[in-house]
Design a protein around this ligand. Structure first.
Ligand SMILES: *[C@@H]1O[C@H](CO)[C@@H](O)[C@H](O)[C@H]1NC(C)=O
Ligand SMILES: *[C@@H]1O[C@H](CO)[C@@H](O)[C@H](O)[C@H]1NC(C)=O
Length: 416
């Protein structure tokens, strides 16, 4: 026992130090799940021409209703988040407060928050650390205390703070300051920071210890667009930079590769599985951006796949990694529960094909090659074929999979 505890001590100390340094608002202990307007609806403000698409209270009420009625809420999706373009171009002349666009949000944000809360969901809102939001509406920079309090008064549960029109060298102090002001309101609000994405773009290396201390999640890199190419670029970024990014994700503080684009125009059915699988391996926030009234049933099944969501929401909160590439097949692997009696992890394993040579590609690995070393072996299940049981595999056994071009196969290896 003595030897064991000596061995465990540095690990426990590290855990203690890590939890001591992380943001302690008790929120986002699992990657946040929800829906956000940006990727699908951008800055559409012409409600005459596009009544169902413009950034307006109608859009967010409609999506709160659809989250509840179409099963998304039951699957775990929780936050309904307004992104950019919700503001009047000017603050209130007498109070200096932010004002939601009077034509597009005629009932006001408190009424919208009530609508969302009445469906058992939570309310998120976008702002920007700089003088202006990315689309040119007023930012928080000179009114941080007033704006933090206004967010609390509007019953906001989640704040996304972007970084356009801001001085990047001020971000390392300014984002923590806004976090402290949110905390000082006394209202628990998930805090999503865009600060590292802007630093990366300007060649600075983000301070992840500070991010963990001040933010519940942070955008590491570029915005996602509606294409496979964009999804693959983000996956590549997370793979290439995993040594410095992956260790910092965990309960209460997550790396964010950006929104789920499933249900839009850019991804096929199989490519939709690919984004969902890798976002699960990355312990990424699952924030959809799509028109929930128009998502095809088979894509909805991917978005609501309970087995894949369970990987994403695994309580250990360990972010996965790309562990090897063979013949243009990438292997992504995440340690998950259950752990067996000797504390070996189970694993979610995704095989991503970067091949474009046409036929599905059959490939075989020993479990050892996949770094799956549990002596008793693993029970294997295909996460996209619920109830499939592929049998028991031990470290020296061979495991074969067949992946289509730009496709994915995704399995759970349960430690026995
Ligand atoms: C950005 O902030 C730094 C430090 O506060 C300051 O030295 C610099 O002049 C600022 N740059 C701009 C363009 O405002
Ligand atoms: C504010 O911060 C303290 C200390 O980290 C924490 O205990 C508390 O829950 C936070 N409150 C809110 C509303 O975030």
């Amino acid at each position: 026992m003595y030897v064991v505890s000596l061995f465990l001590f540095p690990f426990l100390l590290l855990q203690l130090l890590q939890s001591g340094l992380a943001l302690q608002n008790g929120l986002a202990l699992k990657p946040p799940m929800g829906w956000m307007s940006w990727q699908r609806f951008r800055c559409i403000t012409d409600c005459k021409a596009y009544p169902d698409e413009c950034i307006s209270e109608h859009l967010f009420r409609r999506h709160a209703d659809l989250m509840a009625s179409e099963g998304y809420a039951d699957a775990g999706y929780e936050y309904v988040i307004i992104d950019d373009c919700w503001l009047e171009k000017n603050r209130d002349r007498t109070t200096n407060k932010l004002v939601a666009d009077r034509k597009r949000f005629p009932s006001g944000l408190n009424a919208l928050a009530d609508h969302i809360h009445n469906r058992g969901l939570k309310f998120g809102l976008y702002q920007d650390f700089g003088t202006n939001t990315c689309a040119g509406y007023p930012g928080v920079i000179n009114n941080m205390q007033l704006d933090a309090q206004t967010f609390a008064d509007w019953d906001v549960d989640y704040v996304k703070l972007d970084g356009c029109f801001a001085n990047i060298s001020d971000m390392a102090t300014g984002y923590p300051e806004f976090g402290r002001l949110l905390n000082a309101t006394g209202r628990p609000m998930v805090y999503s920071c865009s600060w590292p994405a802007y630093q990366e773009e300007s060649g600075e290396v983000p301070d992840y210890e500070s991010l963990k201390e001040h933010c519940n999640l942070w955008r590491n890199w570029d915005d996602i667009d509606d294409s496979l190419e964009s999804v693959m670029q983000i996956i590549d970024y997370f793979g290439k930079n995993q040594d410095r990014i992956q260790p910092h994700g965990g309960p209460g503080h997550w790396n964010d590769p950006d929104m789920l684009i499933l249900g839009n125009y850019g991804l096929s059915y199989d490519q939709s599985k690919l984004q969902m699988a890798i976002w699960a391996v990355l312990a990424a926030p699952l924030i959809m951006s799509n028109d929930l009234a128009k998502v095809e049933p088979r894509i909805k099944n991917i978005l609501q796949n309970r087995d894949v969501i369970a990987v994403n929401q695994d309580p250990l909160g360990i972010q996965g990694r790309r562990v090897l590439i063979k013949n243009d097949i990438e292997v992504w692997r995440r340690p998950i529960t259950p752990q067996n009696d000797v504390q070996e992890y189970s694993f979610a394993v995704a095989f991503v094909s970067r091949r474009t040579d046409g036929a599905p590609y059959a490939i075989t690995f020993t479990l050892k090659e996949l770094l799956l070393m549990n002596e008793n072996g693993y029970g294997v299940q295909d996460l996209f074929e619920s109830k499939s049981n592929l049998g028991v595999f031990r470290p020296e056994n061979h495991f074969s999979t067949r992946v289509i071009p730009n496709g994915v196969t995704f399995y759970k290896f349960t430690a026995l």
